[in-house]
Design a protein. Structure first.
Length: 348
């Protein structure tokens, strides 16, 4: 690749953190320096562009961060498009800070803002991140593989105690709109029933699955439930409280407890619930996520270098490619029905 005059690349990480963010940041800095570009880290997602808070990113500042969870830049769920004033601040600060090109690493919300800024003329490339794996346009987001391996290990551990006590173990996992974590870790861990937002079930259907299993002499069961699951016919999601973040998302939590109580009530089987929560997002990324994050970071810089602005880096098969930001986030990437059918074959 030919070198160009020095440009300044700004990078931010927005939304819920996830393992692999530091791998992306490191790869962006390393690839940019090879092309003689400068990189500035924007603090705490879009909030950093509203407030103008940045830090220079050098070889030294990204040294040793590859295996570290979280993000050295910090993150937030700030939505700068919520009001005109913040939107103006973002556009002014991009100029003031001398940022020529922007890399936004995030999920549907962060990338949605990136798309809107791109429409306003900002030269931006997106990198798809979320443990939920629900970003349209890419086969996989980084962070998902790590979350799945954490949940699979938890299911394995719950199996032994479930069997010893002959109990039903309900495991509540993340997955606000889609059940990717629940289905893939449920398959990997041999779950007996998996409850996801894509496929509402009645409590009677769930209990039938467990009773069938008990009838064949297996006196313990593992039920994996995604936090965004709704019982068939239920109007509302189960939430912790009434609060909403700046993108309008409710604070989910509690569906595991509700399902566990009802299973015990209708089957009489002793039931316990485990909520894995933010453990799924914390700690060191798997080797898969380190490599995916690294490939995404390298590609993001190369897209900027080639002038391919307004794009999202994406994994298609085993190749890293790019899709227009305008063609993503129109809908969420739901769990492949074929994968759901496969999981269902192991129920009961
Ligand atoms: O980033 C996605 C996610 O992990 C969802 O699965 C979950 O609903 C949400 O973030 C939790 O957000 P918070 O960090 O604000 O509790």
């Amino acid at each position: 690749m030919t070198k160009q005059s020095t440009k300044r690349i700004g990078i931010l990480t927005g939304g819920g953190d996830c393992p692999g963010l530091n791998a992306v940041i490191r790869a962006v800095v390393r690839r940019a320096l090879l092309l003689d570009y400068e990189v500035v880290g924007i603090k705490n997602g879009w909030q950093g562009l509203v407030k103008g808070t940045t830090e220079p990113l050098t070889l030294l500042s990204v040294s040793g961060i590859l295996p570290r969870g979280g993000t050295i830049l910090g993150t937030s769920r700030t939505n700068p498009m919520k009001n005109e004033e913040d939107k103006k601040k973002v556009l002014t600060n991009i100029k003031k800070l001398g940022i020529d090109w922007l890399i936004a690493v995030g999920g549907e919300d962060t990338l949605g803002v990136a798309r809107q800024l791109s429409e306003l003329g900002v030269k931006v490339v997106g990198v798809p991140k979320t443990i939920d794996n629900d970003v349209e346009g890419t086969d996989q987001t980084f962070g998902f593989d790590t979350a799945v391996s954490i949940v699979t290990e938890a299911i394995d551990r719950l199996h032994t105690t479930a069997e010893s006590h002959q109990r039903v173990m309900v495991v509540e996992v993340m997955g606000r709109h889609t059940g990717w974590i629940a289905v893939v870790s449920g398959l990997a861990g041999g779950a007996d029933c998996i409850l996801i937002p894509e496929e509402p079930m009645t409590i009677q259907q769930i209990c039938q699955v467990l009773e069938k299993r008990h009838a064949r002499g297996r006196l313990f069961s593992i039920v994996v439930v995604a936090e965004g699951f709704k019982l068939a016919g239920a109007e509302e999601l189960v939430t912790k409280d009434q609060s909403r973040d700046q993108f309008g998302h409710v604070h989910l939590g509690g569906i595991g407890e509700l399902i566990a109580q009802q299973i015990e009530k209708y089957t009489g089987f002793e039931t316990r619930v485990t909520v894995l929560g933010h453990i799924q997002r914390g700690g060191s990324p798997t080797s898969f996520d380190r490599v995916l994050g690294t490939r995404y970071g390298v590609k993001a810089v190369e897209l900027l270098h080639e002038g391919k602005f307004g794009t999202l880096v994406a994994l298609r098969g085993n190749k890293i490619t790019a899709v227009p930001l305008s063609k993503t986030m129109r809908k969420l990437k739901r769990v492949d029905p074929e994968l759901i059918r496969t999981a269902e074959m192991f129920y009961g």
